[in-house]
Write a protein that binds this ligand. Sequence first.
Ligand code: SAM
Ligand code: SF4
Length: 398
Amino acid sequence: MNPADAAQHYLRAGTLQLGAPPPLSLYVHLPWCLRKCPYCDFNSHEIASGELPQQRYIDAVVADLEQSLPLVWGRQVHSIFIGGGTPSLFSPEGIDRLLADIRARLKLAPDCEITLEANPGTFERDRFRAFRAAGVTRLSVGVQSFNDAHLKALGRVHDRAQAIAALEEAQLAFDTFNLDLMYALPGQTLAQLEEDLAQAMAIAPPHLSVYHLTIEPNTYFAKFPPRVPDDDLAYAMLDRITEVTSGQGMQRYEVSAYAKAGHRCWHNVNYWQFGDYLGIGAGAHGKLSFPHRVVRQVRLREPRLYMDGALAGSALAKSEEVPRADLPFEFMLNALRLREGFALSQFRERTGLPLTAIEAGLEEAERKGLIERSLTHVRPSERGFDFLTELQQLFLPD
Ligand SMILES: C[S@@+](CC[C@H](N)C(=O)[O-])C[C@H]1O[C@@H](n2cnc3c(N)ncnc32)[C@H](O)[C@@H]1O
Ligand code: SF4
């Protein structure tokens, strides 16, 4: 189906009654890295030196965007997230062209947040400033740890000193930035986690994302599992992370995200509030609302197939309606990640379903002490936040 026909198809009548379309974000995936980390299951591919097909890839992403326009006609974009992979491998000139080509095709909100993911191993002086000059407003720096032995075990291409230098530069070049850390690393002790945290706090990032290292299927670590801290130690680490960050004025506003006032990641909050996002680039996922349905899309995953597809007229691997029965769980999977939870009116507007679709789940969650609710809002309780998977599962389709 060509894109204009697809838009017509998705606009036809249906049984769901969604409200006004939610805010729209744009995700752009750049799929290359200097080296593949052994724990990583993102769509990222190691490049041999000099092999980055930057021009052709940007041509493909822009063609992909052109083909998607009928699905988002007339809508304003509130945030852009350029993720990977390692987007900072692209030159500032490349990012400048990409953003100019996006601006020429989409109406961006005046305060549009534009995040770029960066790896300290791709850091050179002045590079971050050039990304800023290209229009990037927020940098997300993947540090993972400040401990050289742990960085080595994680297969990272940078060391502690490079991480600190990159963060200092991010601080100078940007009004806001994020620092990514992981915990429960191979062989990590509580004292070592505290050292990582202390170093992170010494830099005073406005936003911190902290992820429990997960051993993902089909990664090197799944094949050769390292010894990682047990659950009790991992919980103790998480407690320390929450304590130390709140002592520095950072609020844990989402399961893995901590921010100072005014520095939440708007783009991610839009995902968690079941907002819309167009996903372009290899393997990118998207979610778009129409008056009577919600559609999910996935782009071709392998970068070369993606480029060939986009340049020949379609980069889609999949585009399908979310079944009515899956919508309550999909909404809750996201909304319950937020400390503040959600407004009941938002559930109705964004799923097109009546509140009766979640009433039984809410009653059970309340009985188990996993949520707190008023007439208009629902939020996870302290206990619900700690046992989030159990809480989310109450909304699985029968
Ligand atoms: C897609 S990566 C992009 C950042 C950049 N490529 C880098 O690694 O520096 C986003 C973040 O996901 C986290 N991450 C990746 N794989 C993970 C895993 N297996 N378990 C926990 N967190 C993971 C890391 O903190 C990483 O910074
Ligand atoms: S640098 Fe980031 S995206 Fe690339 S392989 Fe490592 S964790 Fe994955």
